[in-house]
Structures are given as C-alpha cells and as structure tokens.
Design a protein around this ligand. Structure first.
Ligand SMILES: [Zn+2]
Ligand SMILES: [Zn+2]
Length: 180
C-alpha cells in the first residue's frame, strides 16, 4: 500500500466514506465507528500495510528484539501494533490526529528507555529504506542503508518515527477492511 494512501486524515476518510456509501452521518459519529480495536484486533493476521514507513519501524524493532533476547530483557512493545498502541490513549479521535495532550511518543520513549536502561550505550545497527538519487542526481529510487549508533539513538530514532504511526496504521487497517 502506498504511503500517500495510508496517510489520509480522518476527515479525508470520512469524505470518501460518504462519497462511496452515500450515507449521511456526522463526522463525530463516523469517528466512533472506528475505535481503537482497529489497532489491537487480530494482530497476527494483519499484514495490511507494507509501506516504507512500516518496514523501517519493523527494521528497528528487529534490532531491539535481538538485543532483548541476547540480554534477556522483557520487551513489550515488540510489534508495530504495540508501538502504535503505546502512543495513543483513550481520547481517541484526538490521539490519532496528534491533538491529544494526554498521550504521544514521550510515553513510548520512556517505556523503551526503561526497558533497555542497562544496555543503552551499546552499539547496534539497523536497516533503513530511504529515498535516494541516481548518480545523475535525477530519478529518485529507494536504497537500503544500514544505520549505526548506540541503542539509545536507535530507540530515539524509533520514537521519532512513531509520531504519526498510530494514525497511519489505523488508516491503513481501516482501508483494508473496506475491501474484505
Ligand atoms: Zn504502512
Ligand atoms: Zn491520547
């Protein structure tokens, strides 16, 4: 699924829902139709979104999981869904739009830094897809690179990316539901 598609706002989804179904419901009612369960239900079957955003988060998680296994650290936010969940609370529409002052990536950062507190200075590497350029400086294409740094940098990198991730997954999941 393309990133562009995944990143639609709730309002955009609402508009396309109205167009597609012809139903007349209010925006607030529409929001209530899509509760947090979209992020939590049926995790193991959800392979919906395989965009660059999701894959890069999973690369970081893979690195953290290896460190957790090696050091016998209980690692609870070890899937992209749990990462997303850790950044939202129950104030839902606002959380997903990034307008909630009760939640956000700080909670996730604190949790991860606490879990990995004993190994934060160790050196790790993680893979990352990023948009690159050809030698001619034209046509952009994606390149797989390897980033290196301390585990703390790795965690901070993940948390920076997690800012709009809940909304992204929620939207991607919701859109896939429409085709099932
Ligand atoms: Zn995605
Ligand atoms: Zn919230």
């Amino acid at each position: 699924m393309e990133k562009r598609v995944c990143k639609k706002s709730v309002k955009e989804l609402y508009d396309s829902y109205k167009r597609r179904t012809g139903r007349k419901i209010s925006l607030s009612k529409f929001r209530k139709m899509h509760p947090k369960r979209s992020l939590t239900v049926d995790r193991h079957n959800i392979q919906y979104c395989l965009c660059q955003y999701c894959i890069n988060i999973e690369f970081v998680l893979r690195t953290l999981q290896v460190v957790a296994n090696t050091n016998r650290i209980p690692f609870s936010q070890n899937t992209k869904y749990k990462i997303a969940e850790a950044t939202v609370c129950t104030n839902l529409p606002k959380c997903l739009e990034g307008n909630c002052d009760q939640c956000g990536t700080e909670i996730l950062t604190d949790k991860l830094l606490a879990q990995f507190r004993d190994v934060l200075d160790s050196t790790v590497s993680w893979k990352k897809w990023r948009s690159g350029q050809t030698k001619q400086g034209e046509r952009k294409h994606k390149v797989l690179v390897e980033e290196k740094g301390t585990l703390r940098m790795c965690v901070e990198n993940l948390c920076r990316q997690a800012g709009t991730f809940a909304q992204h997954l929620f939207t991607a999941t919701w859109q896939t539901d429409q085709f099932n």
